[in-house]
Design a protein around this ligand. Structure first.
Ligand code: PLP
Length: 350
């Protein structure tokens, strides 16, 4: 491993060399005057969405930038974080040459994207307390290791990774460290965004799909250095976030107190769910959670899962993941939905 972080060495050569597609909306930069747009082969008759959306999503980025005290140039938006993660793979990992490190049990998309991009996924299973095994991670790293994916709070386990472990990885790995903070808004821990300036190799992904309640609009967010963001910008599809999604995102982002109220309710409900589940005889362990779900070890998870389905409640059976034998993952619902879950659970036959 070389001794310092060198972004130009990390980027794929074809990406470094390529010229991005320049869309009509990229080429003409508005100067505030009212213009007649005859440049993009759009239908000119107004219906609210007859024009192409802003390819750089300026308004959404401005709002995020001011809320997070960053510059818009440190932000990339995507069609869900899944697109953002895919762009990161494609910008940095050479198919059949490079590798990435993931820490199972974790979010399934890292492996899917590694497979899709023909990039080796080197798995380092989490250690006790579902914490990163830092020594084992460093043993797996070689010259071709481009990215380490840390999901914190982690899905499906719910816990956050210790600050010391994450910092050790950030300090000693010369590739990118992607911290997936999809659940950060449910956590009392501070986001790694606060330390973005400190680590040139840090990439943080967040999403409007969970706490912000906008899974349907598909809006994922990537925060990193301007240099990293400009590379991702180069390869992103020109109009990857549609006009309706940008509008809905802006509306929601402008009402943080609304989001906050919902998050507070979800957190209260999570603890109520935990208290009630802990009284049930078939519940063996409820893992700590900084997210909007609980991972619960039960007796005979497969059967419980089927019985709940039969009763009209869909949960996630995570039993086939490493370290997750006989676990179910319950998303925290509305107060009524959680009551229904608890009621159905108490009614289950052994
Ligand atoms: C739900 C989730 C996401 C969200 O993905 P989107 O494509 O933005 O909806 C990302 N990472 C993790 C770990 C998740 O659980």
């Amino acid at each position: 491993m070389s001794s310092s972080f060198d972004l130009n060495r990390l980027v794929r050569e074809n990406v470094l060399k390529m010229k991005p597609y320049s869309s009509a909306r990229d080429e003409y930069k508005t100067d505030g005057r009212k213009m007649t747009f005859l440049d993009a082969n759009e239908n000119p008759f107004e219906n609210g969405v007859n024009r192409y959306p802003d390819p750089q999503q300026g308004k959404v980025k401005q709002m995020l930038a001011s809320q997070k005290s960053l510059s818009a140039a440190q932000i990339l938006l995507g069609n869900g974080s899944d697109e953002v993660l895919d762009l990161i793979f494609r910008a940095f990992c050479r198919p059949r040459v490079d590798n990435v490190i993931t820490l199972p049990p974790t979010y399934g998309m890292y492996k899917v994207l590694a497979g899709l991009n023909e990039v080796e996924d080197r798995e380092v299973v989490l250690a006790s307390g579902f914490q990163p095994n830092v020594a084992a991670i460093f043993e797996k790293i070689d010259e071709q290791t481009k990215i380490i994916f840390l999901c914190s709070p982690n899905n499906p386990t719910g816990n956050s990774f210790s600050e010391a472990s994450v910092e050790e990885i950030l300090r000693n790995f010369n590739g990118l460290v992607v911290i997936d903070e999809a659940y950060i808004d449910f956590s009392a821990k501070t986001s790694w965004l606060e330390r973005l300036e400190e680590f040139p190799n840090l990439v943080i992904t967040q999403t409007l799909s969970k706490a912000y309640g906008l899974a349907g609009i598909r809006l994922g967010i990537c925060y990193a250095s301007e240099e990293i963001i400009s590379i991702l910008n180069k390869i992103k599809p020109p109009y990857n976030v549609n006009e309706l999604s940008q509008q809905r995102a802006l509306e929601r982002l402008s009402r943080p107190e609304e989001v906050n109220r919902e998050v507070q309710t979800i957190l209260q409900e999570r603890e109520l769910l935990r208290a009630n589940l802990s009284k049930m005889s078939f519940v063996k362990e409820i893992f700590p959670s900084d997210a909007n779900f609980l991972l619960v070890r039960v007796e005979n998870a497969g059967r419980k899962y089927e019985q709940l389905l039969e009763a009209g409640v869909v949960v996630r059976n995570r039993s086939n993941q490493q370290l997750c034998e006989n676990t179910l993952r319950f998303t925290v619902g509305t107060p009524d939905e959680n009551k229904e879950l608890l009621k159905k659970l108490t009614q289950l036959k052994a």
